[in-house]
Design a binder for this molecule. Structure first.
Ligand code: NDP
Length: 444
């Protein structure tokens, strides 16, 4: 059995009931086969793959808090500090009822390679809780966030581990967490990113993941002689990533015709009305059913369905495994030319393969959504030098990073004879830097 297959088998055996983690490990290791085979003897001796699939540290803790009725609630908190070979652990905090060890582990594993791809000195980690902020009062959210940090503060710090937002963790939650950290530690430092602008946040962080997704999509298309202007786009999700992907796509002259939330989806053939979407999601924190009140000609459907619309470009920006084989077949049938992942692992393994086999350009999340963490790292830099850069300065750096990521993954794919396979390109480019740093630091 090959080294890659041995390690995949071991991961599945030693981490039962963590299907998302198995999926992420399989995707990464299988696409690294060519590099691993070229260095098999040395990698085996140094147990490189066993070390890369095992987190450096895995924390799981109780988060008790009191709801508005006086009832004590108990959630589970997680922080997985996956790999610090190239910098302090960095990765978001997900607050969603579906959160469990396997989900946080898959996200942390992906984050290691994503952070490496940005070219910035950040290691990989991820955290979260099964707490659901939806429907909770501000006071309840604050009670949860304070309790979460009262345990987590011991393990994080500006030079150790710097968490950020993710699903369910936006500016409000980061604010409550930052306040509690500062109160306990009595230090004002860049321990969290995604902070508000009045206390150390970075301009353009809010926009970064969505904008970055469009910058890399645009660069990839441009390098293949295709103009994004005039293209029709399907976006899923209606959260932070989706909203700013839609904004930048419209700025570049594309037309986004769909968005979705966990209850339903919208088809607006004239292009999504961004002001209405922001009002519904960012101000009212309401459901997409309201969209029709702003745009009577748009369609609202219950359930999922954005991938059934005929578009040129598909941008999944909601959650993992939201684009399955049936969806991929529909996109191919409708003549889609590109799928670029705004969310983490939104495309199942078999649909990724199907898209690639059918000539659809596919950029995986670890490259396509790296603009968020890259700008978080820029926020860390600004915090360290106690300065704030202008929106234009951050945005220009973000664009430059995304363009570089595209060229790096393209080059890595070509180097190993897999032209246009950006999954292989991203995994190889991300992996090589981390392994180099791990080797240099000895057996730790
Ligand atoms: P938000 O919480 O802001 O938005 C998530 C969106 O996806 C919401 O519209 C939500 O709908 C929908 N959604 C979430 N879970 C599900 C589900 N199980 N089924 C259907 N719809 C769902 O999160 P973000 O926009 O920040 O994150 C979206 C994705 O992008 C995630 O995979 C995240 O890990 C990834 N990402 C985010 C980055 C960032 O900077 N924010 C950086 C890199 C990656 P509803 O509100 O109804 O739940």
């Amino acid at each position: 059995m090959s080294y890659v297959d041995e390690v995949i088998e071991r991961v599945i055996r030693e981490n039962p009931a963590e299907p998302e983690f198995h999926q992420a490990v399989k995707e990464v290791l299988q696409s690294l086969r060519v590099v691993v085979e070229a260095n098999e003897e040395q990698y085996r001796r140094d147990a490189i793959l066993e070390r890369i699939v095992n987190p450096e540290r895995q924390l799981k803790f109780r988060v008790p808090w009191v709801d508005d009725k006086g009832q004590v609630q108990v959630n589970t908190g997680y922080r997985i500090q996956f790999n610090s070979a190239i910098g302090p652990y960095k990765g978001g905090i997900r607050l969603h009822p579906s959160v469990n060890t396997g989900i946080i582990k898959f996200l942390g594993f992906e984050q290691v390679f994503k952070n490496s791809l940005t070219g910035l000195p950040i290691g990989g980690g991820k955290g979260g809780s099964d707490f659901d902020p939806k429907g909770k009062s501000d006071r309840e959210v604050m009670a949860f966030c304070q309790s979460f940090i009262t345990e987590l503060y011991r393990y994080i710090g500006a030079d150790t581990d710097v968490p950020a937002g993710d699903i369910g963790t936006g500016a409000r939650e980061i604010g409550y967490m930052y306040g509690q950290y500062k109160r306990i530690r009595n230090v004002f430092e860049g321990v969290l990113t995604g902070k508000g602008l009045s206390y150390g946040g970075s301009l353009a962080r809010k926009e970064a993941t969505g904008y970055g997704l469009i910058y890399i999509t645009d660069e990839m298309l441009r390098c293949h002689g295709i103009d994004i202007k005039g293209k029709t786009v399907a976006v899923s999700g209606a959260g932070n990533v989706a909203i700013y992907a839609i904004e930048k796509a419209h700025q570049l002259g594309a037309k986004v015709v769909t968005c979705s939330d966990s209850t339903g989806w919208v088809y607006d053939k004239d292009g999504i009305d961004l002001a209405a979407l922001k009002e519904i999601k960012e101000v009212k924190r309401a459901r997409l059913t309201e969209y029709k009140n702003y745009r009577p000609n748009a369609e609202y459907h219950e359930g999922k369905g954005v991938w059934s619309v005929k578009v040129d470009i598909a941008l999944p920006c909601a959650t993992q495994n939201e684009l399955n084989l049936e969806d991929a077949k529909m996109l191919v049938k409708n003549g889609a030319i590109a799928v670029c992942e705004g969310a983490n692992m939104p495309t199942t393994l078999e649909s990724t393969e199907y898209l690639q086999k059918n000539g659809v350009y596919f950029i995986p999340g670890k490259a396509a959504n790296a603009g968020g963490v890259a700008t978080s790292a820029l926020e860390m830099s600004q915090n360290s030098e106690r300065l704030s850069w202008s929106f234009e300065e951050v945005d220009a750096k973000l664009k430059n990073i995304m363009v570089n990521i595209y060229h790096n993954i393209d080059k890595a794919a070509k180097k190993y004879g897999f032209t246009d396979n950006f999954v292989i390109g991203a995994n190889i480019a991300g992996f090589e830097k981390v392994v180099d740093a791990m080797n240099a630091q000895g057996v730790v």
